[in-house]
Design a protein around this ligand. Structure first.
Ligand code: NAP
Length: 326
């Protein structure tokens, strides 16, 4: 029996050919446009499996897909999916962990460097022809090496950020997670802290938690008040983990020094957001994993997971094992 796969993200030629050798494929390359969404709705009744990313697949939409057996997300974050609903229907959900860890940690460090050393602001000054004399203290940044790196969410990406900070920049590492991680402590001489203590002590607060019901709004006015005027805040997790209005207020009131943000409550971020008017904010377009190599590796991983699911095999990166009945 030929399976029907609905792609809502373009694949490279070789991956598309691999998929087409195993299944009938419908590609919807603009699922966020009204036309694309209408085409997705039309395709869902025939779909055995879906593959894509960055689209909220809620119950109302997936109710249109009675044959659905698997959803293969080209992302590690699974906040776009109603896992309980998928599990109830026995639909396998897979993601793409590991392959994007190092690249996303690189992005975190790019934001740490860019905010601390004011790279974007000063590069723009040069580009605008405003570099008229040797720069003075009003343009100085702050050191990265030797400063305390605070990581909230010591998972795969948190650990890769810790590795860069510890070995590359001689930074003392402190972290907060559900529980202490003895192996991480041994590798990076890292120390576990309560969230409150981490926010008080860290020079760089780096968010690497998933967005869940528990972490939504984890960092708000109360948490920014616990940081210091020297603190630099980095978010490479998800926008909704932070109360964005509270972040704006903390920056405006000088409660923190700067922010490096790859993710926002609403994406693409509103061009009128006060965050984009501030010189001490470096904002990037959710590009954590966005390199040619990593995006291809993620897509390959997603295709592997999807083909395994359609073949009746347990996919490597199964998010909801309760939906698997062997
Ligand atoms: P992971 O290995 O599952 O790590 C997440 C860590 O967060 C876990 O260690 C977990 O701690 C911790 N955590 C969860 N809830 C927490 C809470 N309430 N308080 C403190 N710690 C908590 O995931 P990952 O692969 O590192 O990815 C993390 C997230 O990064 C993804 O979910 C995604 O949203 C985001 N991401 C963003 C980009 C981007 O483009 N900017 C790219 C990739 C990923 P325990 O182990 O103690 O449970």
């Amino acid at each position: 029996m030929t399976h029907h796969v609905v792609l809502y993200k373009k694949l490279s030629g070789p991956l598309m050919q691999r998929l087409q050798a195993q299944a009938e494929v419908t590609l919807i390359d603009d699922p966020k446009s009204s036309n694309g969404l209408a085409r997705l709705r039309d395709a869902l009744p025939h779909a055995d499996a879906l593959l894509g990313a960055s689209v909220k697949l809620d119950a109302e939409l997936l109710d249109l897909a009675p044959k659905l057996k698997a959803v293969s997300s080209v992302s590690v974050g699974v906040d776009n999916y109603d896992i309980e609903y998928l599990t109830r229907r026995g639909i396998l959900l897979t993601n793409t962990p590991d392959v994007l860890t190092e690249t996303t940690a690189d992005t975190g460090f790019a934001l740490i460097m860019a905010t601390a050393r004011r790279v974007v602001e000063l590069a723009n000054m040069v580009r605008d022809g405003q570099w008229k004399q040797n720069i003075g203290p009003q343009h100085f940044g702050s050191d990265v090496h030797g400063k305390t790196l605070g990581i909230i969410g010591m998972g795969r990406i948190g650990e890769a950020v810790a590795q860069r900070g510890h070995f590359g920049f001689g930074m003392p590492v402190i972290y907060h997670s559900h529980s202490p991680k003895p192996a991480v402590e041994a590798r990076f001489d890292a120390r576990y802290r309560s969230l409150e203590d981490l926010l008080r002590e860290a020079d760089f607060v780096c968010l690497t938690v998933p967005l869940t019901a528990e972490t939504e709004g984890l960092i708000g006015a109360e948490q920014f008040a616990q940081m210091r005027p020297e603190t630099i805040f980095i978010n490479i997790a998800r926008g909704k983990v932070v109360d964005e209005q509270a972040l704006i207020a903390a920056l405006q009131n000088g409660q923190i020094r700067a922010a490096g943000l790859d993710v926002f409550e609403q994406e693409p971020v509103n061009p009128d957001s006060p965050l984009l008017q501030m010189d001490n904010v470096v904002a990037t377009p959710h590009m954590g994993s966005a390199t040619h190599e990593t995006r291809e590796a993620m897509a390959r991983c997603a295709v592997d997971n999807l083909l395994a699911a359609l073949a009746g095999e347990r996919p490597k990166d199964l998010v909801n094992p309760a939906a698997w009945n062997g």
